[in-house]
Ligand binder design. Structure first.
Ligand code: IPT
Length: 946
């Protein structure tokens, strides 16, 4: 096959900025001057400079990332993996999250609920996707402390990510268990995991300029220990790395033979910025230029010349920072981005791509690092609410091609020039010549190949064209053709040539069918119609053999196909909320189609395909109103006579800290030093008068906030600041509005709403009070007490939701957010009525849902705050903290909540807490009102009716 990447439209074969050439499948076993590698343990996975091979077959890796811990409902994982498979992908990838699995340095949980990730690997096998497993220990991922457990962030384990024995002892149990669990699912063991990533973005192999190759010894030792541990615990597939950029040149055996090198070195790249805030990327990417592709080819040649050109991460979207727009920035990285950039990778001979993210999910609980808000939608092809749209379809259209164009796994670059085009702006088309269709051959086509399938030994080829575009294709061996179905085709011409038949046509909206006399069927679809053309496979082989696939046109999503009744029935599974006509190209032996188990009234067209209608969803889903609430105050700690001697509280008596950042005042008031890590923390400081005020400096991460009460009187709040990288909030507060006791103790209560630990070396930046100094006095605080998540990190009280779900509010410590709590004695009120005064209230309601069985409905909450904005709100759904609504600093108002967290056929407990303060005129008037509604975001599917 020859590939002309980048041709002009309108059918003139003028140009191409790249020409790739493949030896073709037949030549693939012929000897090549290039070494074929394996990891020395077995040859199940091999690789050379062209591509990976699994069990001797070359694989084009089109993969996408999802994080199971961002969608903690194992039942939903199948939905996501089926969507990835339907998109034509051959693989998917996931990160671990050590913090999710490890509440403290003596416990690991890989068994409770979503902590058991093995179903992900089992489903991968069932649906037919290879897996790239990326356990960490550090992952980044905009996760709290980059996925490190928060007990690791105190400084007691050193700087982390090196060969310090304290850190080594800490990661070993986690990494060993991760490897041991994964080892049961390796391709060497009958499973589908084919590569295993060491660390992430750890481009630290060299001291100074990498070209001088001066090893960073602790980094090399660390990487080597990770590999040794993986091997000891059953990982015998290749180990890989994801280097953060093209300058670090780390861990490639082609670049050096230094300690710590991996089997296959990969690269990551986010050419349009990994954040919706483009300023975050200028240091690495330079000035943002829309649709500016990057030359990676030369880097791969220099860095890993004998290895496949591999992106364990390539931009699939961008995360949304706290001040980013509701819904993210899909226009920067939408369908057009996917179209251009992923094709560009192919033009650079890349044969292994994993999109970060394919499904982003949600930062529920305290999963987020301070850089990002609750949503981790990432503007990725599958939305946070699991809906798919144009970006998914655009990506699918290319991935489907890469799955059938096996020659892409063995290409050489013949040329690279803008002179192939008369128009330098032209970049993204992939045109094939001499393309194998089973026993037939497509000599060339100016329309892109979407996919093909071999049905009853003859190819059904699907071409995709721009609407109205004139195209030409040349099929070897054919003599005559006819338009069997015309939906938008015009100017159709057949022209007999010495080797076959040339067909010309212009295709408007729709899909036309052309039959050739040599038995080849060609479906020509405009690109948008092609969005809804699928090629489900009758096997669970990730290679998706073309003689085991069928072509289906019409539905929103086709998940899978199986054949029953000795091949007479073809059972399709998929999603379609609206009534849809479908057309299926399958074996002549098929008589009847079923859709999600229901028989379809099936007809056969003259040209052999099957047609039917699938019923849409007629149910109208109405959600019960959220209008009956109970309320309870959640700030009893502000009262001077509150008793903080109970087990929830720890006296802050440390005078030293292992943290590299030392506090300005003592005792140490860093929450992590006392075993508290997530979300809200409370500090009670005792002193005897006569101070006039207090200076407080707190570190809590970008967008965090805090409030202070003296003897139950609110004296001030730091509302938060969304500036990227801001860590601390400092205020000097006057006591003039409060009543001081001179004889007894005064109680200063500080409530801090922490937004998590930072990434990379910032993971160990402290969280808590850096400085607490009374003003107008020589007196200092006599004592401090701290409260956080119930039980601290000595125990895990909620193993299902895990260690990152809850913070230290009394509402959380006492379980008001959990289903089953008896709130009958509470007063009736509602968040939309609100309350006066700066405080913290917890609202609670229970509502039944009765979503019809078999219907996949996506539900989201819309939070709104008319009037005062200086509120910080958290939403708990059946005990899961699923939203942080901070309208003063953030813009997110929509919060999808998945089934499994919501109970679709029973009672749901919705909890909601907030505190308010606003300035009206010259007086502080304290009022709060805020609204909560929920809505059906989409009815996605009728999945099962059997
Ligand atoms: C890349 C990280 O590897 C990944 O974990 C995630 O943080 C991503 O960035 C951004 O969302 S590395 C970055 C320097 C490109």
């Amino acid at each position: 096959m020859k590939l002309f990447d980048c041709l002009s439209s309108f059918g003139l074969l003028v140009t191409s900025s790249f020409v790739l050439h493949s030896f073709g499948i037949a030549a693939q076993n012929a000897s090549s001057p290039w070494p074929v590698h394996d990891n020395g343990l077995n040859d199940v996975v091999e690789w050379d400079h062209y591509s990976f091979k699994v069990n001797g077959k070359r694989l084009f890796v089109f993969s996408g990332e999802l994080h199971y811990w961002r969608i903690p409902v194992p039942e939903v994982w199948r939905d996501l993996l089926e969507k990835i498979k339907a998109a034509g992908f051959t693989a998917y990838a996931f990160y671990g999250n050590w913090g999710y699995h490890s509440p403290n340095n003596f416990m690991l949980d890989f068994t409770t609920g979503a902590h058991d990730f093995s179903p992900l690997l089992e489903i991968a096998k069932e649906v037919g996707l290879y897996v790239i497993v990326r356990p960490g220990p550090y992952v980044n991922a905009e996760a709290n402390a980059g996925g490190f457990p928060l007990w690791l962030t105190t400084g007691a384990y050193g700087k982390l990510r090196n060969d310090d024995p304290r850190y080594t002892e800490a990661w070993k149990p986690y990494f060993a268990k991760y490897s041991e669990i994964t080892s049961k699912h390796l391709v060497t063991n009958g499973g589908n995991a084919f590569v295993y990533q060491m660390e992430n973005e750890y481009g630290q192999q060299w001291v100074g300029d990498p070209t001088h190759r001066v090893p960073n010894v602790p980094a090399g030792n660390y990487m080597q220990m990770l590999q040794d541990s993986a091997r000891e615990n059953g990982i015998d597939i290749p180990v890989i790395h994801n280097d953060p950029n093209m300058w670090t040149r780390s861990w490639s055996k082609d670049f050096s033979n230094s300690t710590g090198n991996v089997d296959v070195a990969g690269l990551d790249s986010y050419p349009s910025c990994w954040s919706c805030n483009l300023d975050e990327c200028t240091g690495t990417n330079g000035e943002y230029v829309a649709y500016q592709t990057i030359n990676y080819y030369d880097h791969f040649i220099e860095n890993s010349v004998t290895q496949p050109k591999f992106f364990p991460e390539f931009q699939g979207g961008s995360y949304n920072p706290w001040d980013g727009p509701q819904g993210g920035c899909p226009n920067d990285i939408g369908a057009d981005f996917a179209n251009l950039f992923y094709r560009d990778l192919i033009s650079q001979q890349i044969s292994a791509i994993s999109l970060y993210m394919m499904y982003g999910g949600t930062n529920w609980g305290a999963f987020a690092a301070p850089v990002t808000a609750t949503s981790y939608d990432y503007s990725s092809p599958i939305s946070e609410n699991r809906i798919v749209g144009n970006k998914f379809y655009e990506t699918k259209n290319l991935a489907m091609f890469t799955r059938v164009a096996h020659d892409l796994t063995m290409t050489d670059r013949l040329g690279n020039s803008t002179r192939y085009s008369t128009n330098p702006a032209i970049k993204s088309k992939i045109l094939v010549t001499d393309f194998t269709l089973g026993d037939e051959r497509l000599i060339y086509s100016t329309a892109e190949v979407l996919t093909f399938s071999i049905v009853d030994r003859k190819p059904v080829l699907v071409l995709s064209v721009g609407i109205g575009e004139s195209v030409e294709f040349y099929l070897k061996g054919a003599k005559e053709g006819k338009v069997a179905k015309n939906r938008g085709a015009s100017d159709v011409k057949f022209h007999r040539e010495s080797h076959g038949l040339i067909v010309n046509l212009a295709q408007g909206p729709g899909a036309s069918v052309i039959k050739l006399d040599n038995g080849v069927t060609v479906v020509v679809a405009d690109k948008i119609t092609a969005y809804k053309i699928w090629a489900p496979n009758l096997t669970n082989d990730p290679f998706a053999p073309v003689d085991k696939s069928v072509i289906v046109e019409g539905p929103y999503l086709v998940r899978g196909v199986f054949s029953s009744d000795e091949g007479k029935t073809l059972a399709l599974t998929g999603d379609s909320a609206i009534t849809t006509a479908i057309e299926v190209f399958a074996s002549r032996s098929v008589r009847t189609l079923t859709w999600n188990g229901k028989n379809l009234n099936t007809s056969r067209t003259e040209y052999g395909s099957l047609t039917a209608h699938i019923q849409g969803v007629s149910h109208i889903i109405k959600l019960p109103p959220l209008d009956t609430w109970k309320v309870h105050d959640s700030l009893s700690e502000a009262l001077p006579d509150y008793d903080d001697s109970g087990i929830a509280w720890v006296e802050a008596d440390h005078t030293t800290t292992p943290n590299p950042t030392k506090p300005d005042t003592l005792p140490v008031l860093y929450v992590d030093d006392y075993g508290f890590h997530n979300s809200l923390h409370l500090f009670r400081g005792y002193f005897s008068g006569p101070a006039t005020g207090v200076h407080i400096s707190i570190a809590g991460g970008t967008a965090f906030g805090w409030s202070a009460w003296l003897n139950n009187i609110h004296i001030g709040s730091f509302f938060g600041n969304s500036t990227f990288g801001s860590e601390t909030g400092n205020l000097t507060l006057s006591f003039s509005n409060a009543t001081l006791h001179t004889d007894t103790s005064n109680i200063l209560l500080i409530v801090q709403d922490n937004t998590g630990h930072g990434l990379r070396e910032q993971a160990t930046n402290p969280r808590g009070i850096l400085n607490a100094t009374l003003t107008g006095t020589n007196t200092t605080f006599k004592k401090w007490e701290i409260a956080g998540t119930a039980g601290g990190d000595n125990k895990i009280l909620d193993p299902v939701r895990g260690p990152l779900n809850e913070g230290g509010l009394v509402a959380e410590r006492l379980g008001w957010h959990l289903p089953g709590y008896d709130a009958s004695s509470w007063n009736a009120s509602s968040p939309s009525t609100g309350f006066s005064g700066a405080g913290i209230k917890f609202y609670r309601t229970t509502v039944p849902l009765d979503i019809p069985k078999g219907l996949d409905v996506s539900i989201g909450f819309i939070l709104n705050a008319p009037g005062p904005q200086a509120i910080r709100v958290q939403l708990f759904v059946n005990g899961y903290q699923y939203a942080r609504f901070n309208p003063y600093i953030g813009n997110q108002i929509e919060f999808p909540v998945p089934p499994g967290v919501l109970n679709y056929s029973g009672e749901n407990t919705i909890g909601w807490r907030f505190g308010v303060r606003v300035l009206r005129g010259r007086r502080w008037r304290l009022i709060g009102r805020s609204c909560i509604v929920w809505r059906v975001v989409g009815v996605l599917a009728l999945i099962q009716s059997i």
